[in-house]
Design a protein around this ligand. Structure first.
Ligand code: C5P
Length: 300
């Protein structure tokens, strides 16, 4: 039997960040949206544990470590330990989500691995247990299971679905060089030594989502990590400006960056913006959201 599970990239329509907690994590109030850029994880029976990764032409395979402590290895070990069974599977990841790009690609892989291995090993882990295991693996992993649009609190791991009946169109511009999430949070702490304990709320963004109006949503997009990411990567400011000149309603840094996102009016507008940005950037993608969380695509 072979199971393939697909899991989406996330973007943050609102990312409110508070002062670091005692455990070093930052309290968040965030609105996640799953967008149609997805990684696939395939799990097949095997006498041992193996992990392989395939990347698209525009990605560097060396950026995805497959030996040691990959988050997919950790997902497999954690699920097996939870059920008291050996972790035996041949797992392969087919990447499409930028690596170290602020789109939670590793988290998507972990979520997809949990679902694929749960099916392969016939475990039928209850949803709440799977969400708890996901939270142990990383702050963004529960959302990759849930998908759609959701309010995230805690360190991002507490997720609650939000109604989002529209389809939003995004242009996604990854960067050849990734950014380290902890480094961006550290820069945030340096820039904001007096950050509030309670992160800024997401009310404006949630109200804009409910209107279905891209201009309203463009005005409401908010990312407290953007200043820190731009500080580490000043070149991104030019890219954001170029996107606006190319006709995007608004450009923002995705999560901790360096991927930049541009909201467009509709599918045609997104393709236009992407076409113009392609003159300056090798990789320019178009994605819509919200899309489903980790789900089985083939089961053979
Ligand atoms: O939870 P995850 O493993 O994705 O987090 C990666 C790193 O990002 C953490 O080690 C921490 O430095 C930073 N982080 C944070 N506050 C959060 C989420 C992540 O400081 N809410």
């Amino acid at each position: 039997m072979t199971v393939t599970v697909r899991a989406p990239a996330k973007i943050n329509l609102h990312l409110g960040v508070g002062a670091p907690r005692d455990d070093g994590f930052h309290p968040l109030v965030t609105v996640y949206q799953a967008v149609g850029l997805c990684d696939d994880v395939t799990a097949a029976p095997s006498p041992g544990w193996t992990l392989g990764v395939t990347v698209p032409d525009w990605m560097d395979a060396d950026d995805v470590p497959v030996t040691g402590d990959n988050i997919v290895d950790r997902a497999g070990r954690l699920l097996a330990r939870r059920h008291g069974i050996p972790a035996r599977a041949a797992v392969s990841v087919t990447k499409a989500i930028p690596v170290a790009g602020g789109m939670a690609g590793g988290s998507a892989d972990a979520a997809a691995a949990l679902v694929a291995l749960d099916r392969l090993w016939h475990l039928e882990t209850p949803d709440d247990d799977l969400l708890a295991l996901a939270a142990e693996l990383g702050s963004d992993v529960p959302f990759a299971l849930l998908g759609g649009t959701a309010l995230g609190t805690g360190r991002g791991e507490l997720v609650e679905p939000v109604a989002d009946p529209s389809t939003w169109w995004w242009v996604v511009v990854p960067s050849a060089q990734g950014l380290s999430t902890p480094a961006v949070y550290r820069r945030f702490d340096e820039i904001h030594p007096d950050a509030p304990v309670e992160p800024p709320d997401a009310d404006t963004t949630l109200a804009a989502l409910a209107t279905g109006d891209p201009e309203r949503l463009a005005g409401a997009l908010h990312n407290d990590l953007q200043e820190a990411a731009l500080d580490l990567r000043p070149d991104l400011a030019d890219l954001l400006e170029k996107g606006r000149r190319a006709g995007a309603l608004r450009g923002i840094v995705s999560g901790s960056g360096p991927t930049c996102l541009f909201l467009a009016d509709d599918a045609d507008a997104a393709r236009n913006v992407a076409g113009r940005l392609s003159a300056h950037h090798d990789v320019v993608l178009v994605a819509n959201g919200p899309v489903a969380g980790a789900h089985v695509v083939t089961y053979a």
